[in-house]
Every structure is written in structure tokens, then in C-alpha cells.
Design a protein around this ligand. Structure first.
Ligand SMILES: Nc1ncnc2c1ncn2[C@@H]1O[C@H](COP(=O)(O)OP(=O)(O)O)[C@@H](O)[C@H]1O
Ligand SMILES: [Mg+2]
Length: 340
């Protein structure tokens, strides 16, 4: 049985650009899929197709058991969307924004009011509830945006880069809220450029690049695929590097690399913590003093670089550009759609 979010062979072109080049997804109910990819990979386009804001050229999508292309209105009633083009109105206050969303979803005025108060409280927006969203900080806007997406507690949620541009404190706070949602049974598709975020929140990860899913699996599976546990040692004295290197060669599965100026030696190994203990004993036995030693496993960063040939996280200014760009148009369109 297909999951709560299912896509098969999604293709979308914009002129010469193949934004989606055959995307397949299957997200089991109650789980989080992290769609991870660099700028321009096709993440937002995927979300827009799945949330009925954009028709694909070809392919199939089913969300909450409903065919996205055939019954977009029904899909819209079953999903929440937050992120780069969600429905926060700058000229309304926080409270008005949340009530408006309730009314768009045909909630009774009283119920919409109660729900708005609950969400304002939950997202720490009580004090700012009567200020227009225009005056909100980045973090407050994100929280309002997310609150707006939760007015009707949808079974399936989409979040497009929910924490991009947030400071670490606000990011952690949002992670907490997202985890609560998922614990309560929501199925979530989350796009992100932060590997750490995918690592922390997602059950499964799809790495996308150039409109294609180039790898999928749990964070651990992706890391294992990249291979490569290694032992890193920093020796105390530079003139013991040669001996330390001999020791490591005895344990290594490959070539030992040496960074002379930091006195750091790295060797690929297999065998985990047990092996590390043996390495320490052997170094000690040869009277080599060490400043630091550790077993390093590959990070998702390593995975990403090995898959795509480039790092995932963009520079801050690129992010700001992307956030200010076509998204404004998208937001208006979303509101218009929501008002239909
Ligand atoms: N409305 C559009 N018109 C033209 N090109 C677009 C449009 N939307 C997206 N693209 C292009 O499609 C590709 C994928 O974009 P997008 O899905 O926004 O990537 P991401 O969200 O991963 O950064 C990019 O090359 C982007 O420039
Ligand atoms: Mg995007």
C-alpha cells in the first residue's frame, strides 16, 4: 500500500530546465521524510506539485490517499503547508492571520478564534499577537507561518526549508515543535539544506540533485554506504609522528594520512570502539603521548559530498536571495488558491 505521500515519475520542466526529472517518493504514514538537496535541486518544485500548487508535466502523486491531479481541492483540505510560500499576510496581525486561515478552511468563527489563541500561546506569539506580521522578526514569522499551517491539524504536512535563516535557538525550538507533531501522528515531508536537520528529524532521507533522487535511506544507511570509519590521532610530539604512523599502519585498512603542522594522523579502519582501545594500548606501549584520539564516523556532509561532488549548505547571501525571489509570487498564488 502506498504511504501517506506517494509520487511516481514526477517530471516538471520550465523552458530548458528539467526541475523534476522523474521523482519517486513513498512516505509511510506517521513518518518524516527529509528531502535534502542543494539550491536548485528541485525541492520546492516537488513540494509545490504535491501540494497542488503546480501541475507536473507527467507522473502521478497521491497524498493522504487522494489523487493530487484529479482531486486537488480534496488534497488541499487534508494537508498543511509551511515554508517559503505559505500564507502569512504581512498586513494582518498574528491573531488575524490565524483566524483568517481558520475561516479559509471553513471553521466556525468561534472555533477559529479558540484555535488561534491556542496556537499563539504554543508558539510564544501571545505578546505579539496584535502586531502586524510585517513587524515580526524572522524567527517570529517562521513560527507564525508554522502555526498557520497547523490551524486545522492536518494529517499530512509539508514544510519547505522551515528553519532556513533561523538562529540556533529558534531552530531548536522549531525542531521540538516538529517532533511533537510527528509524535502525534502527522506524516511530514520536510525539505532542508541542513544535513544536521535531516539527521535529527527525518526517518528517511532522499537526497535530490538536478531533479532526481540520487540516494535514499536512513541517515545511518547513507553513512554506511559512503563507508569509512577512521581513527584520528593527534600526537603530542612532532618527532613521534613516524612511529605513530607505523602503529596505525598495523591497524589500518588503507593509507594513513599525516598532517604535520597539526600532528594529526588519520587512518581508515573497521572494528569500531574495540579497535580504538587496541590502538590506544599500542600507542601507549610505544611511549607515544597523545593529545587527542577518536573514532570518526562519516557525517551526512561526507555522504552528500561523495554523492554530489559538492557541499550542501549554501552561503548565507545566496539563501537570502532565494528567500526574497520568486517566493513572494508563490505566496500570493497560494493565498489565492486557498481562497478558492
Ligand atoms: N517558476 C519557475 N520558472 C522557471 N524556473 C523555475 C521555476 N521554479 C523553479 N525553477 C527552476 O527549477 C529548478 C529547481 O528549482 P527549485 O525546485 O526551486 O529548487 P530548490 O527548492 O531545491 O532550491 C531550478 O533550476 C529553478 O531555477
Ligand atoms: Mg526551494
Amino acid at each position: 500500500m502506498p504511504g501517506a505521500i506517494y509520487a511516481e515519475g514526477l517530471v516538471k520542466t520550465f523552458g530548458d530546465v528539467r526541475a523534476l526529472d522523474g521523482v519517486d517518493l513513498d512516505v509511510p504514514e506517521g513518518t518524516v521524510l527529509g528531502l535534502l538537496g542543494p539550491n536548485g535541486a528541485g525541492k520546492t518544485t516537488t513540494v509545490r506539485v504535491l501540494t497542488t500548487l503546480l501541475r507536473p508535466d507527467s507522473g502521478k502523486a497521491v497524498v493522504a490517499g487522494i489523487d493530487v491531479l484529479r482531486h486537488p481541492d480534496e488534497v488541499r483540505r487534508s494537508i498543511g503547508l509551511s515554508g517559503q510560500f505559505a500564507a502569512v499576510d504581512e498586513y494582518l496581525t498574528g491573531r488575524e492571520n490565524l483566524r483568517m486561515v481558520g475561516q479559509l478552511y471553513q471553521m466556525k468563527a468561534k472555533a477559529a478564534k479558540v484555535r488561534a489563541e491556542e496556537l499563539l500561546e504554543r508558539f510564544n506569539l501571545g505578546d505579539a499577537a496584535d502586531r502586524t506580521a510585517k513587524t515580526y522578526s524572522g524567527g517570529m514569522r517562521r513560527r507564525l507561518d508554522l502555526a498557520a499551517a497547523l490551524v486545522v491539524s492536518p494529517p499530512v504536512m509539508f514544510m519547505d526549508e522551515p528553519t532556513t535563516g533561523l538562529d540556533p535557538r529558534n531552530r531548536l525550538q522549531l525542531w521540538g515543535i516538529i517532533q511533537e507533531l510527528v509524535a502525534a501522528g502527522t506524516t511530514l515531508l520536510l525539505t532542508t539544506q541542513y544535513l544536521e536537520e535531516a539527521d535529527h528529524l527525518a526517518h528517511d532521507i532522499c537526497v535530490v540533485d538536478h531533479g532526481k533522487v540520487i540516494a535514499r535511506g536512513t541517515s545511518d544507511q547513507l553513512k554506511a554506504r559512503t563507508g569509512g570509519e577512521r581513527v584520528e590521532v593527534v600526537v603530542h610530539e612532532r618527532d613521534r609522528i613516524t612511529t605513530a604512523r607505523e602503529v596505525l599502519a598495523g591497524f589500518g585498512k588503507g593509507e594513513t594520512t599525516v598532517e604535520k603542522h597539526t600532528r594529526k594522523l588519520t587512518v581508515p579502519v573497521s572494528g569500531g570502539a574495540k579497535l580504538l582501545a587496541e590502538v590506544i594500548r599500542e600507542l601507549d606501549g610505544r611511549g607515544i603521548e597523545i593529545d587527542d584520539i577518536g573514532l570518526r564516523r562519516p557525517t551526512l556532509d561526507d555522504v552528500f559530498i561523495s554523492l554530489t561532488g559538492h557541499a550542501a549548505e549554501r552561503r548565507a547571501e545566496e539563501r537570502a536571495e532565494a528567500a526574497a525571489g520568486p517566493e513572494v509570487k508563490g505566496r500570493k498564488a497560494a493565498r489565492k488558491e486557498a481562497a478558492k
